[in-house]
Design a protein around this ligand. Structure first.
Ligand code: PRP
Length: 179
C-alpha cells in the first residue's frame, strides 16, 4: 500500500500479489480434470473478473475459446441489488460445449446462478463455475460454486478487478475497504 488514497480508504491488504499468483497457479492445476479437453469455452463475467480470468486462462494449458458476459447487480455499490442484469448476452456458441464461467467473487450467489441458467438455456453441455473469492457466509440461493481460489470473511473488498464505484480495479492485490 503506497498511495495516499489507498492509505485513506483501505483497512488492510487481504491478499498480496504473490499469494494470488501462487494460488492461481495451483487452481489452474485443480481445474485440469475439467479443462484438459481442448475446445471448452471460458466465459468471463465482466467487469470484475477481467484480471483473474486473464491470469487463470494463461495458466491453463489446453486450448479454449474465450467469451464475455457483462453482468451487473451491484451498480458500483457495496451490496447486491438482488436484480441481476445480463447487460450484454454473449455471442459465443456454447451449444453442446463444456463451459467454465470465471468470476471475481461469489457473494449472494445470484449472479452465477443466473448466468449458469442462461448458459444452460443456450444448450451448453456442462457448465462449471470458478471464482477468485468465495465469501464464507450463509447464502439465500441454493447454488454452490464449483471452484474457488480463496475463502474470505464477509467484508467489502476491492482490487484485482473488484471495484467500489468503478475505482480500484487495477490494483494488483485485494484490499479491505474501511467501513
Ligand atoms: C459483482 C461481482 C460478481 C457479483 C457477485 O458484480 O463482480 O459478478 O457481483 O455478487 P453475487 O454473488 O452477490 O451475485 P457487479 O454487479 O459489481 O459488477 P462488476 O463486476 O462490473 O463490478
Amino acid at each position: 500500500m503506497n498511495c495516499t488514497f489507498e492509505r485513506v480508504f483501505f483497512d488492510r491488504v487481504l491478499l498480496g500479489e504473490q499469494e494470488i499468483r501462487e494460488r492461481v497457479d495451483l487452481l489452474a492445476k485443480e481445474l485440469a480434470t475439467y479443462t484438459d479437453d481442448d475446445g471448452f469455452v471460458l466465459v468471463v463475467i465482466l467487469k470484475g473478473a477481467l484480471m483473474f480470468a486473464a491470469d487463470l486462462s494463461r495458466r491453463i494449458p489446453s486450448q479454449c475459446s474465450i467469451d464475455f458476459l457483462t453482468v451487473s447487480s451491484y451498480y458500483g455499490g457495496t451490496q447486491s441489488t438482488g436484480n441481476v442484469h445480463i447487460v450484454d448476452g454473449h455471442s459465443a456458441e456454447v451449444y453442446g460445449k463444456k463451459v467454465l464461467v470465471v468470476d471475481d467473487i461469489f457473494d449472494t450467489g445470484l449472479t452465477l446462478q443466473t448466468v449458469v441458467k442462461f448458459l444452460e438455456q443456450k444448450g451448453a453441455q456442462e457448465v462449471r463455475t470458478c471464482v477468485l473469492l468465495k465469501k464464507k457466509k450463509v447464502r439465500g440461493v441454493p447454488f454452490e460454486v464449483d471452484y474457488h481460489a480463496f475463502e474470505i470473511e464477509d467484508e467489502f473488498v476491492v482490487g484485482y478487478g473488484l471495484d467500489y464505484q468503478g475505482e480500484y480495479r487495477k490494483l494488483p492485490y485485494v484490499g479491505v475497504m474501511k467501513t
